[in-house]
Design a protein around this ligand. Sequence first.
Ligand code: ADP
Ligand code: MG
Length: 567
Amino acid sequence: MKEIYQKLRSLTGKSYGLYKSLAQKTWKFGDFELEFLHVQGDPYAPPSRLKFRIPLSALGFSPELANNAVKRLALADFLLRRLAEEITAQSVGVDFPISIANPGQEILTRNSLWVGGPSENEGVAIVEATLWVKLPGDHRMVDVPNACDILTSILPDTLSTSLYCFGEGAIESARRHIESLEVRTELLAALEMAKLVAFVPDGAILPRASGISELPLASAVSFKSPPEMRVTLKACGREITGMGIPKGITVIAGGAYHGKSTLLSALEKAVYPHIPGDGREWIVVDSTAVRICDEGGRSVRNTRIAPLVRELPSGISTENFSTLSASGSTSEASNLLEAIEFGAHTVLIDEDTSAVNFLIRDPRMQKLVGASREPLIPLIDRARELTSLGLNIVLVAGACGDYLNVADTVIVMNQYQPEWATHRAKEICASEPPHRLPEDHPPFIQGLSRSLLAYVEELLPHVRPTSPVERQVKVRVQGGRLQIGFVEAEIGPIPQFCDSAQRYGAGLIVLNLLQNAVDKPSLECIEKIYAQIANVGFRKIPQGMNRDVALPRPAEIAMTLLRLRNY
Ligand code: ADP
Ligand code: MG
């Protein structure tokens, strides 16, 4: 601390730009090591980026709390939340100079707080916290008294209050956080063993506080599994009972406002772990599950949509379909076929957010338009075929009764509670045969014609800095729009992104894939870089240190890649 104090004193009367000299070395900062990753150019510029490193043992946590990757992820999330809470508490009503990423309900690999394993760090677990600090200026000069106050008093106090393990309370909460993630991890393994697509434990809280808050709804009716679908999974010595959704086609039916979409959304979000107390922390779903929606207006590049769309007007190819603005049904067909190509074994579809003609075609329309003039093969005609190829479908249908004919399992949501209705649905289907005219479709052939290498080579010339003063290609995320040099993608509509840190993470990884595209950016390349970051954090992608970054799934990285277009 003394060293940095003396350095700051030496900047008395110096111009603000000399703060940059702080970035020349690593500072000893009590038990921490401090590194300035970025120093702002003037007092009004975005804040500076500071990284603190400390051995886990120096914080008072036992090494046993970080001896595997699951524990380290949970502990990092726990520490980040403590630090973020402390900073928020101190920021009330004042212009507080320190800020850090504020995580939502999911537990994600983030660069804001990383717990590194002993193997990569000479035998000791390391904690790295990266935060934003506004360096104070006195007009165009360094404001030395305030800088000393922030760096040698406020910062050390904030870090020590939140990161050091004081008392039994802190250890207990850390253990609870870690155990919750361990249970979830074992539940996921048990889900696979039991050959289920998803599991919702009894007592789970599914609805959220509001459309703009991911917190649990206070007055929620807690989940109770129907006896016919009840299963018990073992995890960390516990027996947890709940509803198991089997493989195949599952239809979630029910009246309006009875909780159908809420159940599907909970499954969709369960691809990520949630914090204890969220209500969804032990819901698990096939980790490759992808939510498929109507995404009218999306850009599609060389996707083979022929299995769902025969030929389009004016001879537009569906073997190699490209458009800057897809229609509702063609966007949804592209979303489904791309998800399958990039490894999804389960798709989640809600009538509310689907193109109707993508889902069904009723007999009157069949007669009026005629099969020869209708390019679309509705999903209902492909559903069984897709299931026989290994795809599971969970579909919310309040109106499309045709799906009852192809369903393996039918759930009816009634007053926010699920009822098993497979038997009743089968009886109804048997007594009321479908009125649809049979249509003759060529068999579903998987695999896209697109060469991803050609795709990348087409984009590469546009992956260059957007202005002459920039040395590197910058990745920007504004709302739902991602920009990588002169290449951009509308990624806001991708449903399973959690926050902008994750969108930014996807952008960085895609840039990395494009720039290192020695081989075609196949699913394996994406999975490789994903596994690497999950293992060692974002340090191999240094550009990421200057932003709050979180790791998305391989599926979201692929979806980002497939939406790129140059401008
Ligand atoms: P549906 O898709 O069946 O029309 P939604 O899932 O959109 O219905 O739910 C309708 C409303 O009911 C939403 O405001 C949701 O938050 C609320 N809701 C859903 N599940 C529950 C529950 N278990 N307890 C209390 N409210 C719930
Ligand atoms: Mg709904």
